[in-house]
Design a protein. Structure first.
Length: 155
């Protein structure tokens, strides 16, 4: 007589095969690479600094109606990148003006322009209109997805 328990036990044991060593190694490598990618793309950006702009002086250029200057300093821990002239906007309560040209001294700025951490630059902007005497204006600068806005100044 055949022992049913013994045959059933062997059948169950036959179906429980282990993963081969090659497949196990590939799975461990894939798991390690995935963990390293998560650390690199999530944790590392949290440890690096961000750019942060501050201005020490700003306002209209004496004797002009379409120019203003702003001295920007990057006090952050990373470079600030300005992609284009349209990243600089002058506005008051009724109008927005975009810069049509940007200079540092007498040299035209080429974009993208990078302001490194700890550096400063004095920008002179030519705008698409004229300042109205007595009106209040703000300079809005968009960089690296962030916005810096000066306090209001009077033309």
């Amino acid at each position: 007589m055949v022992d049913i328990r013994m045959t059933l036990g062997k059948l169950i044991l036959k179906k429980n095969k282990a993963v081969s060593p090659v497949i196990a190694t590939i799975l461990l490598i894939a798991l390690t690479v995935t963990a390293a990618a998560i650390v690199y793309f999530v944790v590392v950006p949290l440890l690096t600094g961000n750019p942060e702009l501050t201005s020490t002086s700003y306002g209209t250029v004496a004797g002009t109606t379409d120019r203003f200057t702003v001295k920007l300093e990057n006090i952050g821990q990373a470079e600030a990148t300005f992609a284009a002239i349209t990243d600089f906007i002058v506005s008051n309560t009724t109008d927005d003006y975009e810069a049509t040209a940007v200079y540092i001294g007498t040299t035209a700025v080429t974009f993208p322009y990078v302001l490194n951490a700890g550096e400063s630059a004095t920008f002179e902007f030519v705008i698409s209109g004229d300042f109205t005497a007595g009106s209040s204006y703000k300079i809005k600068i968009i960089y690296d997805g962030d916005v810096f806005e000066t306090p209001a100044f009077t033309a």
